[in-house]
Structure formats: C-alpha cells, structure tokens
Design a protein around this ligand. Sequence first.
Ligand SMILES: C[S@@+](CC[C@H](N)C(=O)[O-])C[C@H]1O[C@@H](n2cnc3c(N)ncnc32)[C@H](O)[C@@H]1O
Length: 347
Amino acid sequence: MDRTTLTDLCQCPRSGEALQLTPDGLISASGHTYSVRNGVASFLQDLSGEQAAAKQFYDEFGWAPDAEGEFQETKAFVDTRTVSAEHARACMRRLGERYFSGGGKYILDAGCGPLVDEEVVAFGDRFERFICTDLSTRALNTAREKLGDRGIYLKCDITNMPIQDGVVDAITCNHVIYQLPLEMQAAAFRELWRVLKPGGVAVVVFWWNDAKLPWRLERLARMLPMRGPGQPEIHTPLPDLPHNTRSRSWFESKDWPFAYSYDIYNAVPQLFLRNYIPDDWRGRLFLSGLRALQTALPRYCGKHGLMPAIVFKKDSDGGGRVSVADKVLTSGALSFVEPFAGVAAAL
Ligand SMILES: C[S@@+](CC[C@H](N)C(=O)[O-])C[C@H]1O[C@@H](n2cnc3c(N)ncnc32)[C@H](O)[C@@H]1O
C-alpha cells in the first residue's frame, strides 16, 4: 500500500487530527501511534464484550478456511448450492449496477470480511481505490491477497473509523451493522454518513426482524411442488455470533442526519432457500420470479423483505437527498402499489 495515501485519507480516530508517517506507521500531533504491518494499518482500540467476541469469532473460526479452502462462516451460514448462490450474486449485482456505476476515487467496504463476494469486489472496478475496513486481522489479510495494491486496508471499528470527513465517494456495508451490539448500531450509520463525500452514495444491507414478506413467500412456497434439502446437520457446535436485528420501526424512529430510501438486497433468508429451493429449474424459476418482484418493487420489498438495502445520498452541499421518485413513492404512490404487491406475494 502506498503509505502517503494513508496520510491523505486518514485521521486519528481518537483526536481527529491529521496523521504523519513514521518508520513503523502513523502518528498524530498528540502522539497517538498506529502500526502499519503487511500493508494493514491498525487503528483498533481495546475491545470488550460482544465486539471482542466478534473479532475472535471471525479471526479464529469465521474467516479461517476449511480443508477445501471454504470459509467456515460461509460453510456454516450460507447456502452455496448453485441456484441459491446464483440468486445471491444477482441480488448483489443489481445493487452495484443501480448505485455504484458512477465510479469515483474511493469506494469503502465497511466490515468487508475477506471479500467473499465477487460482485462486491466488482463494485470497485469503477473506482480508483477500494478501502477495506474490518475488525478482523484475518479478513483484512485475505482481502489484501485478493486486491493487492488497489486496496487500502484499515483495521478499525466501524463506529469510529480513521477516515477523514466527506472523502469517500461510495460505501457498501453488508451484513455488518445488525451484528453490532444494539447500542452501537445508530453510531455506525452516522459514521458512514460522516465519511461520505458530498455527491456520494451509501448502500447498507440490513435485516428487519419483523419482515412480513418472507412469511408470505413461505406460504406460497409451501403450496408449490418443490422443497430444498433442509438444514445441514451440524456435527460440532458453532461458536456464538451476535445477531442483533432490529425492527423497521426502530430504524424509522431515529433522528438520522440523512434522508434515506429503501431498496432490497434479498427478501428471504438462507433458511428459506434451504427449506424450499431445490437446486434445479424449479428453484431457479422461483428465485427469478422473486428477483423480478424485487426489481419491479424495490421499495416495497425493502420495507417488507428480510434484508433491505438502506440507501442514503449526500447532496453536493452536504445535505441528505431524497429523489423526487423516492418522495412520491414513500408518500402517495407506494400506498397505492403496496396492496397489489402484498397480494402478489401472498398468492
Ligand atoms: C457477516 S460478516 C460480513 C462480511 C462482508 N461484509 C460480507 O458481506 O461478506 C461481518 C463482518 O463485520 C466485521 N465486523 C463486526 N463488527 C465490526 C466493527 N465494529 N467494525 C468493523 N467491522 C466489524 C466482522 O469482522 C466481519 O468480517
């Protein structure tokens, strides 16, 4: 990693001061020092409780490969059968095409893990540099093996990133904030907003714990002559991983500094795929239908599906932006469309 990029992009996460290079890493005017080893700059302070447990989970288990080179986290939680994996990739690709095709200087993947998802790596094609941030040392080392010098690797906490205000053109943040302790989640959203550049866009894949669309889709799937293989047998108990999901009303009750709109990553969970999706033409047909619904009614699916993509854009004057289409849809037109979407999903 070109170390002068670090001084241009970063700031001290404790004092907000600029950073200077030293032979071992970086130093702030007040003397806070940060190491840079093997291309990874480390800004983590002491972790405790759930955050220490999350780091330990990912460093020792989640991002450790098994004998076939598959990450333990992927093996434990992700349906990797062909049809399900194609679906997940297409869902992510759609978000990239919709929000990141404008390109720019920096794209940030906040809580990047080891860049498991090729579609997310491809978001970076239109940007000069790909900033990877995560708690996990193993995740960042693996990300660096994949991206090499195109990447900037910052070991840090998403709620206190060592990145200057308003410098990042685009942010992707997938499956991270709902794993944070509840009391840190709002701070994480605000921190993403802080580093976003005027004119930039952030897309956060979140999780509603009161989503009704998966339940409706499950009713539909039960009526069809198709089943998946069910849940895999787990022979060794998995280490504990926090899963602190929220309701949509929690999100909407917050006084955010940004305006947001809803899109959808995937309306159904892995559990649904394993239970109802066969790895053949029937599963493919069902999931193409689901993606057609997600593409036609992204806001409806983002409100009621399991894993919304929460989108916020910063105006060139630094304010939040809701497009005219978003305003219309969140007021009158959406209430007109919703019942039809509901009926379609319940059929
Ligand atoms: C479920 S994984 C998702 C990884 C990646 N975004 C993806 O979609 O494959 C969650 C990631 O968030 C990271 N993480 C958890 N808490 C974090 C925090 N406070 N700051 C930064 N990263 C964090 C974990 O280390 C882990 O790599």
